[in-house]
Design a binder for this molecule. Structure first.
Ligand SMILES: Cc1cc2nc3c(=O)[nH]c(=O)nc-3n(C[C@H](O)[C@H](O)[C@H](O)COP(=O)(O)O)c2cc1C
Length: 367
């Protein structure tokens, strides 16, 4: 194989690899996303230079006598090229680091749709080279269709899924938190909550590593579970207290937090927290995010290091799909002597708008 052929293949592989990395923007951060984006277009330029004769033949109509497969392949190539140009323009539009001066096509949604189109068309484009050469046409066609469907599904549903869990959410605090009150006869409950915020060392570029755990309420960084605690405070006119680590905090990267939590759970770790005085309360509303299907280790520290005998603990969980999972059972084991009751488990995307749902559930448990 000629050196140009090898360079061409290397550029193609690099482009596919970069596209995959680009999809995990939330883990790699904005700087890596923008720089690898530039690398992608450099590889594309190399690809176009190497394939210039074929492109010229395609554009000058020399494919007139070509078979249906060649014509379809040429059509996909043209579509891919147009999508890539538009993707490049939207990349500049949404860029914060390298092209902040580019004020056109600033739609992140359009950028994501074009990225999905490019990812899928690139798979079909590569597949068509294979189809044209192989004799097993039916098998090749099926394979290309399946790969294209998988690429489309991954690129359409993957990033939105990641976004749902990890994107920055902007909330009007008063709108999200204030509303109808609930009468709670007897001693007011104490709301104890755990959130990544306040328990994480964030980088300066916090936007690049944010999680569902992060939202801006009136421009102030607010934990999702903290927002729920604020809703309960407004609803019940009660006190709220965060579970706060005293030692090492969680890393700012979501992925690193997931690994750190996994390690802690495997080791049954009980990270130290600031003591919480619950002696004045008969009932506690515990607000926590599900971590690996259970409570975050600092919540276990709270449950095991606090005298909860005779108290009722009402559970409000937040999660990315798992309901209460095994957290209720684990809390019952940790909070010895307490009566533990599930209230509601809230899907993370619904947190900013969950006040009404929360209200209905709190009304049911209020004495
Ligand atoms: C370390 C870690 C593990 C998680 N594990 C789960 C899980 O097992 N199931 C689930 O549905 N969500 C899981 N999530 C998603 C969180 O429950 C969700 O992001 C939560 O609502 C965020 O609340 P916060 O902002 O107060 O931290 C996990 C999140 C983190 C950070």
């Amino acid at each position: 194989m000629k050196a140009t052929g090898k360079i061409g293949i290397a550029a193609d592989i690099a482009m596919y690899a970069i596209m995959l990395v680009q999809m995990f923007y939330i883990f790699t951060g904005n700087t890596v996303h923008e720089i690898t984006g530039i690398a992608f277009f450099v590889c594309l330029t190399v690809h176009i230079i190497i394939k210039r004769k074929h492109i010229k033949a395609m554009l000058t109509g020399k494919l007139k006598n070509a078979g249906k497969a060649q014509k379809f392949s040429a059509f996909v190539t043209c579509l891919l090229f147009v999508s890539m140009i538009l993707l490049m323009l939207t990349s500049m539009g949404v860029s914060r680091l390298l092209f902040p001066w580019f004020k056109f096509l600033q739609s992140p949604d359009l950028h994501r749709c074009l990225a999905a189109a490019v990812f899928t068309l690139a798979a079909v484009h590569g597949g068509m080279h294979f189809y044209i050469r192989t004799v097993k046409k039916k098998r090749a066609a099926l394979l290309i269709t399946l790969i294209a469907a998988a690429c489309l599904a991954l690129s359409l549903f993957g990033p939105p899924y990641i976004n749902r869990h990890f994107r920055i959410v902007k909330v009007d605090h008063a709108k999200a938190v204030q509303g109808e009150k609930v009468q709670w006869n007897g001693k007011k409950p104490l709301v104890v909550y755990f959130t990544r915020l306040g328990n994480t060392d964030f980088d300066d570029d916090v936007d690049a590593v944010s999680g569902a755990s992060l939202m801006y309420a009136d421009g102030v960084l607010t934990g999702s579970d903290q927002l729920i605690a604020d809703m309960l405070k407004d609803m019940l006119d009660c006190e709220t207290v965060p579970i706060t680590l005293t030692g090492e905090k969680y890393p700012s990267s979501y992925g690193a937090t997931v690994s750190a939590a996994s390690k802690q759970l495997k080791n049954d770790a009980r990270p130290e927290i600031e003591p919480i005085d619950v002696s004045d309360s008969d009932s506690i509303i515990l607000v926590y995010p599900l971590w690996w299907g259970t409570v975050p280790p600092p919540v276990s520290t709270f449950l095991e290091s606090t005298d909860l005998r005779g108290k009722t603990i009402y559970l409000v969980a937040t999660q990315g799909s798992s309901g209460f999972s095994k957290s209720t059972g684990d809390i019952k084991k940790s909070a010895s002597g307490a009566d533990v009751k599930e209230v509601v488990s809230i899907y993370c995307e619904d947190i900013p708008t969950c006040r009404d749902t929360l209200l209905q559930h709190i009304k049911k448990i209020a004495p």
